[in-house]
Write a protein that binds this ligand. Structure first.
Ligand SMILES: *Cc1c(COP(=O)(O)O)cnc(C)c1O
Length: 393
C-alpha cells in the first residue's frame, strides 16, 4: 500500500497514467481509493440527515476498498457508529475504533457471542433464539449486554417477525440482562422512491418501534436516506453512497466517486477481418481491427459476464477519452478490447486503460455485466496495487 504524498487532481484523471506510472512502475493494475472523497461523502450525508446521526457501513472490508484505511478516515471525519457483519470484521474494526459504537449485522452465529461480549460489540439480533442466547450470555456473566433488534417490515430476509417483536416488548424476561441500543429495519425498494413498499415499511416500522419508546431507531441505508426526513429517525446506515455509489438513478445521493481502477495495456494486435478473438472464438472481427490486451481479468474483479460473446454489448473500458468495448471472453488475467476507433497513438502497450473512474462509473461497470456496482466494488481483486489518497487539498 502506497500513500500519495502530494495533492491529487480531483477534477480530471488526465494525468493518472503518468502519476501511476511514476509511483507504480511495475504494477499491472491499480485501485486508487480516494479516502478524502469518502470522508467528504460521509460529511455530506451527515449534513443531509442532521439532526439524525450518520453511521457508516464498513462490512465486507469496507465494500472491498480496505477497512483498515477506510475506517480511520471515517472516524477522523467524525463518524462514531459503524456497522460490520461478522465476528472477524468486528475484531479488526474494534482494533481501529476503541470507543465507537459497533454493530454486527449478522447477529449471533455459532459462538460469536463470546467475541462480541469481549469486544463490546452490539450484535443485531434477528431471531428469538438470538435474543434468548444473548440474554443468557448476559445473565451468565452477571452483566448488562448491549443489543440491537432487527425488525422485519417486509424485506423477509433477516429480521424478527412482528409477533416476535411484540413478545420481546411485552415479556421482559425475554430481554433480561440486555440493554436495547437500537431498533432497526431495512428497506426493500428504497432505490425506487415511487414504490409504495417504502411507505408500507415506514408505517410498519413506526408501529412496531412504538413498543420500545425510548430506544433509538434506524431504518435508512444509502437510498433510504434520500427518501426524506421521515425515513431518518435517530441513525442512518449508509454504505454504498459513502464509496461514491449511486444505486438510485432517480434520486442521486450528494456524493462523488471515490474509486478509480486502471490496468496496464500489455499488447496491441492487428486482427484481420474474419479472425476471432479469445477463448471459444466467440467474437469475430467484422472489419480489420486493433485489439488491446489489458492485464485485468475475472481474478481482478472484471466479471466474466462482461464478455460480449455473441455481439451483444458487454463491458467496456476507457482508453484515453474513448469508451472501448470488451470483445471476446473475459479470462482470468486478461481482457481484450477493441481499440480500432481509438485515435492513433493513444492505445499503446504500457499505458493504462481505465476500468472504473471519471467517465466510467461503478454502476456502468455493473450494468454492462448484468450486475450492480455493489458487486463490482466488493469483488475487486487483491492483485492490483492499492493506492490511498488521503489529502484532497
Ligand atoms: C449492507 C447494509 C446496509 C448498507 O446498505 P447500502 O445500500 O450500502 O447503504 C444497511 N443496512 C443493512 C441491514 C445492510 O445489510
Amino acid at each position: 500500500m502506497t500513500a500519495i504524498p502530494t495533492a491529487p487532481r480531483m477534477t480530471s484523471d488526465v494525468h493518472d497514467t503518468a502519476d501511476a506510472g511514476l509511483l507504480l512502475a511495475g504494477a499491472t493494475g491499480l485501485v486508487r481509493v480516494n479516502l478524502a472523497a469518502i470522508a467528504s461523502n460521509w460529511r455530506a450525508l451527515a449534513d443531509r440527515v442532521g439532526p439524525a446521526r450518520c453511521g457508516a457501513v464498513v462490512k465486507a472490508d469496507a465494500y472491498g476498498l480496505g477497512a483498515a484505511r477506510v475506517i480511520p478516515a471515517l472516524a477522523d471525519a467524525g463518524c462514531t457508529a459503524f456497522f460490520i457483519a461478522t465476528p472477524g470484521e468486528a475484531e479488526s474494526a474494534r482494533a481501529l475504533l476503541p470507543k465507537a459504537d459497533l454493530f454486527a449485522l449478522d447477529g449471533l452465529a455459532g459462538d460469536s457471542g463470546e467475541t462480541f461480549a469481549r469486544l463490546g460489540v452490539t450484535p443485531v439480533l434477528s431471531t428469538l433464539d438470538d435474543v434468548a442466547r444473548w440474554s443468557a450470555q448476559a445473565r451468565a456473566r452477571g452483566v448488562k449486554l448491549p443489543a440491537a433488534l432487527h425488525i422485519d417490515t417486509g424485506l423477509n430476509r433477516l429480521g424478527l417477525p412482528a409477533r416476535d417483536v411484540r413478545r420481546i416488548a411485552s415479556e421482559a424476561d425475554l430481554r433480561a440482562g440486555l440493554t436495547l441500543r437500537l431498533v432497526m429495519s431495512h428497506l426493500a425498494s428504497a432505490d425506487n422512491p415511487a414504490d409504495a413498499k417504502n411507505r408500507e415499511q415506514l408505517l410498519a416500522f413506526e408501529t412496531l418501534t412504538a413498543l420500545f419508546p425510548s430506544v433509538p431507531r434506524s431504518l435508512a441505508a444509502s437510498d433510504g436516506l434520500m427518501l426524506g426526513s421521515a425515513y431518518h429517525f435517530d441513525l442512518v446506515r449508509p454504505g454504498y453512497a459513502l464509496y461514491g455509489g449511486q444505486a438510485s438513478q432517480s434520486n442521486p445521493a450528494p456524493v462523488r466517486p471515490a474509486v478509480t481502477v486502471m490496468a496496464r495495456i500489455l499488447a496491441i494486435n492487428d486482427v484481420p477481418r474474419g479472425e476471432t478473438v479469445g477463448y471459444s472464438a466467440t467474437w469475430r472481427a467484422t472489419r480489420p481491427s486493433r485489439i488491446a490486451t489489458v492485464a485485468a481479468g475475472y481474478a481482478d474483479g472484471v466479471p466474466r459476464s462482461a464478455s460480449a460473446p455473441d455481439g451483444r454489448p458487454g463491458g467496456y473500458v476507457m482508453i484515453g477519452d474513448t469508451i472501448s468495448p470488451i470483445v471476446g471472453r473475459v479470462s482470468m488475467d486478461l481482457i481484450t478490447v477493441d481499440v480500432t476507433d481509438v485515435p492513433p497513438g493513444i492505445a499503446r502497450a504500457g499505458e493504462f486503460a481505465k476500468l472504473i473512474g471519471d467517465g466510467l462509473s461503478i454502476e456502468d461497470a455493473g450494468y454492462s455485466a448484468g450486475t450492480i456496482g455493489y458487486e463490482i466494488l466488493t469483488r475487486l481483486g487483491q492483485r492490483f496495487e492499492r493506492v490511498y489518497i488521503e489529502d484532497a487539498r
